[in-house]
Structures are given as C-alpha cells and as structure tokens.
Design a protein around this ligand. Structure first.
Ligand SMILES: NC(=O)c1ccc[n+]([C@@H]2O[C@H](COP(=O)([O-])OP(=O)(O)OC[C@H]3O[C@@H](n4cnc5c(N)ncnc54)[C@H](OP(=O)(O)O)[C@@H]3O)[C@@H](O)[C@H]2O)c1
Length: 340
C-alpha cells in the first residue's frame, strides 16, 4: 500500500527575537508504517500558541525545549486514518501533541484523547473554549484566585483566546471585569459583545491612569498574560489581600536579554498579595470538571469565543507571529487539512 506523504516543519535554528521563517524548514517524507498499538492521525487543525516561542528557545522552561532537527511541537486536532489500537478506529476525532505536520503517529497512551462528535458544535471549539485554552482560563481564575461577587478583576491580553474567557467567567461569577487589550476594535468587542465592564487600550492610554479611573476602589484579582509595564501598572493599584494568577508573560517571550522589573514588586509585600504561576497541564486530572462547566456556560450563551483560522500548514511559521503583533482575532489555529 502506498504511504501518504507527510510534510513537517522541523526546527533549524533557535530564533533570535521574533520567529523567522528561516528558523524552520518544511520537510517532506513518507509516513512510516505503524507499530502495534499505534495510530496514524491526519492533522486537521494545528494550535499556534505563545508558548511555541518558549519551546523553540533553550531557556530553562516547564518542558524540554524542542531540539534542533526535531519536528516543531504543537497541539493538534485530527482524524484517525489507520489504527493498530483496539480503542481507536479510523474516523475517530482525536486531540494530542502531534506537532507541526500533516500526519502524526502516536501510541495513544502517550496522550491522545478521543473527541465526542456533537452535532452543531464546530470542531474548532475543542481548540479553544472546550480544550486547553478554556481549562487555562477556568483553573487560572477560579482555582488560583477564588473570585467572590463584587470583586474587581483585571485581565491582560483580554481579547485573546485565554483572556476573553477569563473576563466572561469573571462576569459569570458576579465580578466587575476590566480588560486590557491592544486595539479599539478589541476593546469594543470585549465590552459590547462579551460584557466586560471596561476596557483599556494599552497602546493609546496610560494604563495606570485608566486603571485608577475604572477601578477607583482598587483591584482584587489580576489575571496576568503579558508582564512588563502593564504588570507594573496593575501592581500599583492592587488591594490588600489581592490575588494574581500568573498565566503568561508574552511581552518577554521574544526577548534575548534578561527582562528588568517588575518595579512595583514591593506591593506584593505591602498589600499581602498572593501570586501563583501555573501551567494548565498541572490540572489535567481535573479537566472534565472544567470542560463540563465551560460547555454548560457556552450552551447557555454566557461564553463567546473567536477562532482565527489560517489556511495551510506552510503558513505556520509566519502566522505564529500574529500572537506577538496582536493581529490574531481569538484562538489562532492553522487548518492543515479538511474536516472530513
Ligand atoms: N500557563 C498556561 O498554562 C498557559 C496556557 C495557555 C496560554 N498561556 C499564556 O496566556 C497568554 C495568552 O495566550 P493566548 O493563547 O490566549 O494568546 P492570545 O491572547 O490569543 O494572543 C496573544 C495576545 O497577546 C497580546 N500581546 C502580544 N504581545 C504583547 C505585548 N508585548 N504587550 C501586551 N500584549 C501583548 C496580543 O493582544 P493585544 O492586541 O491585546 O496586544 C495578542 O493578541 C500568553 O502569555 C500565554 O503564554 C498560558
């Protein structure tokens, strides 16, 4: 039987600053034969995430870096095309970390989850609200910050995949929510469509002044996606006993030199602040709890989301930079092949 031809982006160089096309190489190779227990998956959607930039670097991080010459790591949703595993059959939709390629071979015990087919639910929902992104927002806000009604939450990268869900969950929990985002269109979307109480365009406004205006009683919870000046502005207006969920620091991922600050770190002491960093995979055993709650809110019309679909695997190394220049409109994915 003729094997399909795979195409895979392989890491060639560690990026210096922003990811360049020349940091990766698109290689073609036949798909290998399966070993007992393995499945062959055709990738339909590839998730592009800020952490791709971290994985490409050799900094001390939460997973091993991608090695030079390896297929670039990436979350994927695909369809089983061949199976030597009794629990998986051709036609099953699955999610796993198959990487930046058209086909992936995996023993499902290494982390392949079968997806339910729910009529009317787009497959892309599993790439965002009903997947790792939704779980990040859910546990990062609820488990770490334990919001109570009436508290004031600030979230940065507020119109992004994670941030937009954090703000809406905050509203569901009866909080006042202020989002910080990089364009007027994003600010309008989160206030008018998603129900945030206020939005700050950090590219046009002084964030500290705007926070003082929108949160005269101070901030109780900060969901941090960005770092840098925005973090310092929020640290300045924290209340006693406030909580920070440290989810991401995207403003520093392309930096080659040590990043200074935060300069208002002392407020963690003065205001007795709890700050906790987390990686969503820490919560994998509790994912069903998050997905059940997120699905219920979504079906009740309380959670909206946007998916930014880029066509073609060959676009991945260029498209990933949309996350860093802010031109992505919601969860960024690459459509690698057709859904059927
Ligand atoms: N801890 C975890 O397990 C976990 C899991 C998933 C994601 N994350 C983190 O969550 C954050 C958001 O990820 P996402 O997947 O939801 O991406 P996203 O928010 O959909 O996209 C990234 C957004 O970050 C903003 N941004 C980029 N550079 C910036 C800068 N220098 N200053 C301020 N804002 C900047 C841009 O929006 P603007 O137009 O508003 O600038 C961009 O659209 C990232 O830090 C990511 O690493 C963490």
């Amino acid at each position: 039987m003729t094997r399909p031809l795979n195409q895979a982006w392989v890491l060639r160089h560690r990026p210096v600053g922003a990811i360049e096309l020349s940091d990766l190489e698109l290689q073609s190779r036949p798909v290998e034969a399966l070993l007992p227990g393995q499945v062959l998956v055709r990738v339909i959607y590839l998730s592009l995430d800020p952490t791709n930039r971290i994985w490409m670097s050799d900094m001390d991080q939460y997973m091993p870096p991608v090695e030079i010459g390896e297929v670039m790591r990436g979350g994927t949703l695909g369809i089983v095309e061949e199976s030597l595993n009794d629990d998986f059959a051709p036609g099953d939709y699955v999610m796993g970390t198959l990487g930046w390629q058209k086909y992936g071979i995996m023993d499902p015990r290494q982390g392949l989850a079968k997806l339910p087919v729910i009529p009317g639910l787009p497959l892309t929902a599993f790439m965002g609200v009903l997947g790792f992104i939704g779980a990040t927002a859910y546990f990062g806000l609820l488990d770490i910050c334990d919001p109570t009604p009436g508290e004031t939450i600030v979230v940065s990268a507020a119109a992004g995949a994670v941030g937009s869900l954090v703000g809406q969950i905050g509203k569901i929990k009866g909080c006042r929510v202020i989002g910080i985002a990089g364009t007027d269109e994003k600010c309008t979307w989160i206030t008018k469509d998603l129900g945030f109480d206020a939005a700050i365009n950090y590219r046009r406004e002084n964030v500290l002044d705007a926070l003082r205006r929108h949160a005269p009683g101070g901030v109780d919870i900060y969901f941090e996606n960005v770092g840098g000046d925005i973090l310092d502005a929020v640290l300045t207006v924290l209340n006693v006993g406030s909580r920070i969920s440290l989810c991401g620091l995207i403003s520093s991922y392309n930096a080659m030199d040590p990043v200074p600050g935060p300069y208002m770190f002392r407020n963690l002491l003065m205001k007795r602040v709890m700050l906790k960093g987390f990686i969503v995979s820490d919560y994998i055993a509790r994912f069903p709890e998050a997905i059940a709650a997120l699905a219920q809110w979504m079906m009740a019309g309380q959670l909206k989301y946007r998916v930014d679909v880029v066509q073609g695997l060959e676009q991945a190394p260029v498209a990933v930079n949309k996350l860093f220049d802010g031109t992505n409109q919601g969860k960024l994915v690459v459509q690698v092949s057709g859904e059927k």
